[in-house]
Design a protein around this ligand. Structure first.
Ligand code: THU
Length: 133
């Protein structure tokens, strides 16, 4: 199946439905496309400690990695505020670092406000990333 950006975003919206976000009320979903065509979904999972919260992007990535996937093409992110508004949500710094662990600079990050789609490469979002020591 051809996985276009709209379809991947639709899956990210679907993933957001499972968001566990009693503290922020911000429901985020992510869908990551692997190079073999498989897709893994993730949502944000909050915690009363706040710091133990996992973002949707990391949930999706960790789920894919736990299933043996190591090569990725793109990720779509869909985020709904408490009032239902969909807002452009770029990955946080921690998620960018996790994406850099597995994805190259041409990996694509797709975001939406419900109408428009913004596409950025990981290289654009995370220039000069820390990736070796
Ligand atoms: N969040 C994500 O899941 N992904 C992002 O890209 C930004 C933030 C979540 C974490 C937390 O549950 C809520 O949104 C508010 O920060």
């Amino acid at each position: 199946m051809i996985m276009d950006n709209e379809k991947l975003l639709e899956l990210a919206h679907k993933a957001a439905k499972n968001s566990y976000s009693p503290y922020s009320g911000f429901s985020v979903g992510a869908a990551v496309l692997c190079d073999d065509g498989s897709v893994y979904l993730g949502c944000n999972v909050e915690n009363v400690s706040f710091s133990a919260t996992n973002c949707a992007e990391r949930t999706a990535m960790f789920s894919a990695v736990a299933d043996g996937k190591r090569k990725f093409k793109k990720i779509a992110i869909a985020a709904h505020r408490k009032d239902g508004q969909v807002i452009f949500t770029p990955p946080c710094g921690v998620c960018r670092q996790v994406l850099c662990e597995f994805c190259s600079a041409d990996f694509v990050v797709i975001m939406t406000d419900g109408k428009n789609i913004i596409e950025k490469t990981l290289g654009e979002l995370m220039p000069l990333s820390f990736n070796e020591f």
